[in-house]
Ligand binder design. Structure first.
Ligand code: ADP
Ligand code: ZN
Length: 529
């Protein structure tokens, strides 16, 4: 006999108090829940930590049948189910990590009306067999979590999500809710159209996280800068440090440990048991710092993360905002700290050039990177820049680095011309290309072995930039690259002129730069620059 899971609670408020132990709904939760309980559809854009889960968990408990939750976070399903089971919700999941006995047990429970909530991986739900199976039971609602994965223009596209549009045709009477923490207008539009949610109620939450202080600093000795930041501002606090590569993650964790901080590495190259142990120490112990690739953090709900640090430039503002949003879920003051430098820009432009995708894909990645660079180089309030990016108006916050010590902008046209003309001369007169480090040596008139070897002291631009320090030059080069007046190419990031550079050289375009604090330069530079 097939049965529908009976409603567990008469009202959302009762479920909120009894199951989750909270006294009030937050933000728009009550309206969203009412919309679903009443049988309507919803699109929910709410920042990380805003409380999206209750928006589908509670309606699943109030409506007859089982709430089917589509989530790409397979690794977290067990945790989510455990957490729900612990508070008396009958939950289970279906994904590729299960054996067939386990799967049959879950399927039987569903058909017998013994499940309030069933998590399903998107690739399962795109299979006809799974849909036929689900159709035999009673579905209270469909929740499509991380709904931005349906967007091909987004930062996290998953092809399996496209098939979710069929849910509307197959189950026209089952309410659907799509949720995401990505709030650009383009993503919002795509979620609505691709998932056939044009008729749904739209809930767009305030994306501001006023308790997070955003700071972006120029990178010099990044591990030392990071250690200074943590030890002076967050000595005993829990935090997450994001780096791009496994190697960076390992070395940074080691560096912090050697200086007495409780830091652990986390990346996909570590075995599952180690990763699980690290995650559980982060959740349960006080003051643990996890140094991680972006593999860490999705779905991890720790309220008192006091800082999120990025030691490499994130690939998109969406990703950055999601990662920094893991700080301060408890509403207490927290810091989002990012160090970014010349090599980040060079490396990421190169990664885009080398990426296997088609031209449209590379253009998309370039747009994401440009938005991220614009945030880094802005002389405006960081929060205003971030919120505008997500389509929200804001006033200067008074609490980010640019509000607290407004950077001057300065007319960098002349230095930019000196730099560009050095590149042009090398390229045109000698058919040579070099990276930033050597170009700066030429401009500053530094007699290095390489300068001697190539006779670059004979160039007309030799020594014409001696009035600007080496670290300031690095800032100039970085910003000139960010403005696409120079383009790094090839494995070593040698710099080439772009179509835009001509206007600067002709004196037709002003180059406005952000003045940076003077920093000690690294003792040795990598060969690449
Ligand atoms: P999101 O999925 O939007 O990132 P979560 O659903 O994980 O956010 O919720 C974030 C945190 O807020 C969780 O610890 C959750 O238990 C808590 N929370 C959600 N709603 C409420 C509420 N109404 N009252 C108190 N705490 C809440
Ligand atoms: Zn500000």
């Amino acid at each position: 006999v097939v049965r529908a899971a009976a409603p567990r609670f008469a009202s959302p408020a009762e479920a909120l108090h009894t199951v989750f132990g909270y006294s009030d709904f937050r933000g728009q939760q009550a309206e969203i829940i009412d919309q679903l309980v009443g049988g309507g559809d919803a699109v929910v854009l709410m920042p990380t930590g805003g409380g999206k889960s209750l928006c589908y968990q509670i309606p699943s408990l109030v409506r007859e049948g089982t709430g089917v939750v589509v989530s790409p976070l397979i690794a977290l399903m067990q945790d989510q189910v455990d957490a729900l089971t612990a508070v008396g919700v009958r939950a289970a999941f279906l994904n590729s990590t299960q054996d067939s006995a386990e799967r049959s047990r879950v399927e039987r429970a569903y058909l017998e009306g013994e499940l309030d909530i069933l998590y399903v991986a998107p690739e399962r739900l795109s299979s006809e067999a799974t849909k036929r199976f689900l159709a035999r039971g009673t579905i209270a609602l469909f929740a499509i979590d991380e709904a931005h994965c349906v967007s091909q223009w987004g930062h996290d596209f998953r092809p399996d999500y496209l098939a979710l549009s069929e849910l509307a045709d197959r189950w026209p009477d089952v309410p659907r809710i799509a949720l995401t923490a990505t709030a650009t207008e383009a993503t919002h539009r795509e979620i609505t159209t691709r998932l056939q949610l044009e008729g749904a109620a739209q809930f767009v939450a305030d994306f501001d996280r006023p308790n997070i202080q955003y700071r972006i600093v120029p990178k010099s000795e990044v591990r030392k800068q990071l250690h200074d930041f943590i030890s002076t501002e967050h000595p005993d606090d829990a935090g997450i440090v994001y780096g791009l590569s496994r190697n960076t993650v390992e070395r940074t964790a080691e560096f912090l440990r050697a200086r007495g901080l409780n830091a652990l590495p986390y990346h996909a190259g570590l075995d599952a048991a180690t990763r699980a142990a690290t995650q559980s120490r982060f959740l349960r112990e006080d003051g643990v710092i996890v140094v991680a690739t972006i593999a860490f953090g999705m779905g991890i709900d720790k309220p008192d993360v006091r800082f999120v640090a990025h030691i490499d430039l994130p690939k998109s503002v969406e990703g950055y905002y999601q990662e920094t949003g893991r700080a301060g879920r408890d509403g207490l003051p927290s810091t989002a700290w990012l160090a970014y430098g010349l090599n980040d820009v060079v490396q990421q432009r190169r990664m885009i050039d080398d990426s296997p995708g088609d031209l449209a894909h590379r253009r998309r990645m370039t747009q994401h990177l440009d938005a991220m660079l614009a945030l880094c180089e802005t002389v405006q309030c960081r929060r205003v820049n971030l919120l505008n990016y997500f389509g929200q108006r804001a006033e200067p916050c008074g609490n980010c680095d640019t509000c607290l010590s407004p950077p001057e902008s300065w007319d960098g046209t002349v230095p930019a011309q000196k730099l560009l003309s050095t590149v042009v001369r090398l390229q045109r007169e000698r058919n040579q290309r070099f990276g930033a480090g050597h170009l700066i040596d030429i401009l500053r008139g530094k007699r290095t072995p390489r300068v001697e070897q190539y006779g670059h002291d004979a160039l007309a631009t030799w020594g014409i930039g001696a009035d600007i320090s080496e670290s300031q030059w690095r800032g100039v080069v970085r910003q000139v690259i960010a403005q696409e007046l120079l383009k790094p190419e090839g494995e070593y990031g040698v710099l080439a002129i772009t179509p835009e550079s001509a206007a600067v050289l002709a004196g037709e375009r002003v180059v406005t730069l952000r003045r940076e604090p003077e920093r000690p330069e690294r003792a040795s530079r990598s060969s690449r620059s």
